[in-house]
Design a protein around this ligand. Structure first.
Ligand code: GLN
Length: 497
């Protein structure tokens, strides 16, 4: 049996109709079943036993500055109908680059195999404070670098809709766990599309919020100016419920905006009547797969029938987005990953003697080929003599890409509609030897990260018998109208019951 919706689970637990631990136990059983055997989807790298969720804090107590809702004991008030327990008893899967106390945090890297974090990510603390339960840690491309989950050091995840195909990535484990019905919602991270693209390829909802909306404290850094924690849901409502629970200012993340969590659930049914939906011509090129184009035409028709005005718009710098993203993301990654030196974290080569040897041998042993490729690229892009030509120029183009969006919003557009991915889920192994074709999977998603704006992928039917996602984008801090538009689309396609 598939997981009940997060909304329904929380309501039943709060009303005392089911014990608070039961949904977690059932999710654990489903997770074991889904991952078992050679055809198993391998969504999880580790699973919580039910005891692991009852001690969210280390023995020394919560860290200073925790806000009051963080300090709530999860589960303690789960049966008395406390309306703050919006996730009462809800089983949630957590991407394994988010720090948790009980389970290892590996980033699917040999470097961090078995690594235990001494603290917990703010988003995990917040979901527990709302009564949510961590089911386990999900598979990903090593450190979030990839679009297929094949770059995991612990083996790929399979797409539940077709196990011979990838689930997308890098948050492929979280997307697959939701698509397989193990959990109603999950956490991922999105640096260039890693929540939206796997959501599209697996046929679920994936949201990347505005940069600064959600705390990055305890999210292992890949490219800090692009990284945001995002949510997956079997429906827009479940993805929104989890996003609302984890949003809001966090004094432990200096890039978190001093804004309260938005009211997303209260606006889900606002619809799109009177809104202007823009379709950027650069996102529907002549080369676009005709089946994807047909799904986009249907989606825009549904939005028009719901009362939106559809308008063609242009974002002229879109064609520079993928190279700009890969220059910036690799530059930031090369700097962030310098901390893995064989001394402070994870593996240390036993053969190494001198200091330099420790660094070299540990990094050679600990990192997979894609991570090494990105460190080399990023170091080159930042090096003396090349810095301005690559990193500096990419920063300037990033500003132009963000300006394209601001101009469209200033012209009265409320949301943009695009495809999420240029192709449906591809066969395992198909792009492993061709990094550039893998990078091009991100062509429609990286712009939202470069501009810092919120975006969501919603299931929009199938192409070639596989799930197809429609992406909606909105101005910064406009998650509520964005998700209302997503919900309209979902309902017009018969989803989100
Ligand atoms: N696929 C992109 C990359 O490989 C995005 C990854 C992500 O969003 N974490 O960088």
């Amino acid at each position: 049996m598939r997981a009940a919706s997060a909304l329904e689970t929380a309501r039943r637990v709060r009303a005392g109709e089911i014990p608070a631990d039961r949904p977690l136990e059932e999710a654990l059983a489903r997770a074991r079943e889904a991952d078992a055997g050679p055809r198993g989807i391998h969504a999880f790298l580790s699973l919580s036993d039910s005891g692991a969720n009852s001690h969210p804090e280390p023995a020394s107590g919560p860290p200073p500055n925790s806000d009051s809702r963080d300090a709530r004991e999860p589960g303690s008030a789960a049966d008395d109908g406390d309306p703050d327990l919006t996730l009462a008893g809800v089983p949630v899967a957590v991407k394994d680059n988010l720090c948790t106390l009980e389970l290892p945090t590996t980033c699917a890297s040999r470097f961090l195999e078995g690594y235990r974090s001494p603290y917990e990510a703010t988003v995990v603390r917040r979901l527990r404070a709302r009564g949510g339960r961590v089911v386990g840690k999900t598979n990903l491309d090593e450190f979030g670098m990839g679009s297929s989950t094949e770059n995991s050091a612990f083996g790929p995840t399979r797409n539940p809709r077709d196990p011979s195909r990838v689930p997308g990535g890098s948050s492929g484990g979280s997307a697959a766990a939701v698509a397989a019905g193990v959990v109603p919602c999950a956490l991922g991270s999105d640096t260039g599309g890693s929540v939206r693209q796997p959501a599209a390829l697996c046929g679920v909802v994936g949201v990347k919020p505005t940069y600064g909306r959600v705390s990055r404290y305890g999210l292992v850094a890949f490219a800090s100016s692009l990284d945001q924690v995002g949510t997956f849901g079997a429906s827009v409502a479940d993805a929104a419920l989890l996003l609302e629970a984890i949003s809001g200012h966090d004094p432990r993340d200096s890039t978190s905006a001093p804004l309260p969590a938005p009211d997303l659930m209260g606006h889900l049914d606002d619809g799109v009547a009177g809104k202007v939906v823009g379709i950027p011509v650069e996102y529907v090129p002549d080369s676009l797969d005709p089946e994807i184009r047909a799904r986009m035409d249907e989606a825009s028709r549904h939005l028009a029938e719901a009362g939106a005005e559809i308008r063609r718009v242009s974002l002229p710098h879109t064609r520079y987005a993928v190279p700009t993203y890969y220059v910036l993301a690799t530059a930031e990654a090369s700097s962030n990953l310098a901390r893995y030196d064989g001394v402070r974290f994870g593996v240390r080569s036993p053969e190494a003697r001198a200091t330099q040897e420790v660094y070299e041998a540990s990094r050679t042993r600990g990192f997979g080929p894609e991570v090494v490729r990105r460190i080399i690229l990023g170091t080159f892009g930042l090096s003396a003599g090349y810095h301005d030509q690559y990193y500096g120029r990419a920063q300037r183009v990033r500003a132009l890409i963000a300006r394209d969006f601001r101009r469209v919003w200033a012209d009265g557009v409320d949301v943009l509609l695009t495809p999420t991915s240029p192709t449906p889920a591809f066969p395992l192994g198909e792009r492993s030897d061709d990094p550039v074709s893998m990078y091009l999977s991100d062509i429609f998603t990286v712009t939202a990260n470069l501009a810092g704006i919120p975006a969501v992928s919603v299931p929009a039917g199938t192409t070639h018998g596989l799930p197809c996602g429609a992406q909606l984008l909105a101005p910064a801090w406009h998650e509520a109208p964005l998700l209302a538009a997503a919900r309209t689309l979902e309902q017009s396609l018969g989803g989100g019951a």
